[in-house]
Design a protein around this ligand. Structure first.
Ligand code: ADP
Ligand code: MG
Length: 205
């Protein structure tokens, strides 16, 4: 089921009293979006959760927007057709941008298989002057399939799930992600460390 879009009229942007810089100073942290992409079972949610935990324990406000979770609410009217996947990512990009604008660290974990959708998410952030850090959770399909924590690959192979990324729907790997993690060659802790050290180096945290 796709949503219909009606362009609104008679709306005017209402500026607040607190600038982004002042907000960052008051809250003692800068906002940004950390965007995980990768096959199902590549480890997006696992590493994202560990990263969120690490940041929170350091007193940094971080919040996860997870592919499955968001489909229970905000995006529950969307399926897995190419159009719905694009709309799924568009909404999440907008929400993560709001989180980043609020000075939080938004951590998104969505397959987000289309390069153009991820580029749109990136553009949305760059136009708003907000950092966007793309993290490629990379494993060969064979590894993802052998993990299969939710039994989805098994179902996809049996033809019970149509349009399954990596099996019957495409995955367009990032060409130039800020962070590339082979989750079959690193532990979860090492993956978190790789991201945290990137964030420190760039003075995002
Ligand atoms: N180094 C690792 N990094 C991330 N996940 C790993 C790693 N090693 C094993 N796994 C396992 O792989 C699975 C990844 O699943 P999940 O995080 O739900 O993937 P996704 O959110 O990308 O679909 C989990 O069962 C996790 O325990
Ligand atoms: Mg997940």
């Amino acid at each position: 089921m796709s949503s219909t879009t009606v362009a609104p009229t008679n709306i005017t942007w209402h500026e607040g009293h607190v600038s982004r810089e002042e907000r960052a100073q008051l809250l003692k942290q800068k906002g940004l979006t950390i965007w995980f992409t990768g096959l199902s079972a590549s480890g997006k949610s696992t590493v994202a959760s560990a990263l969120e935990q690490h940041l929170l324990h350091r007193g940094i406000n971080a919040y996860r927007l997870d592919g499955d979770n968001v489909r229970f609410g905000l995006n529950k009217n969307l399926g897995f057709s190419p159009e719905d996947r694009t709309e799924n990512i568009r909404r999440v990009a907008e929400v993560s941008k709001l989180f980043a604008d609020s000075s939080a660290i938004a951590i998104t974990s969505f397959i987000s298989p289309y390069r153009s959708d991820r580029e749109s998410a990136r553009k949305l952030h760059s136009e708003a002057g907000l950092p966007f850090v793309e993290v490629f959770a990379d494993v060969p399909v064979s590894v993802a399939e052998s993990r299969d924590p939710k039994g989805l690959y098994k179902k996809a192979r049996a033809g019970e799930i149509r349009e399954f990324t990596g099996i019957s729907a495409p995955y367009e790997a990032p060409e130039n992600p800020e962070i590339h993690i082979r989750t079959d060659q690193k532990t979860i802790a090492e993956a978190v460390e790789q991201i945290v050290s990137f964030l420190s180096k760039n003075e995002y945290i």
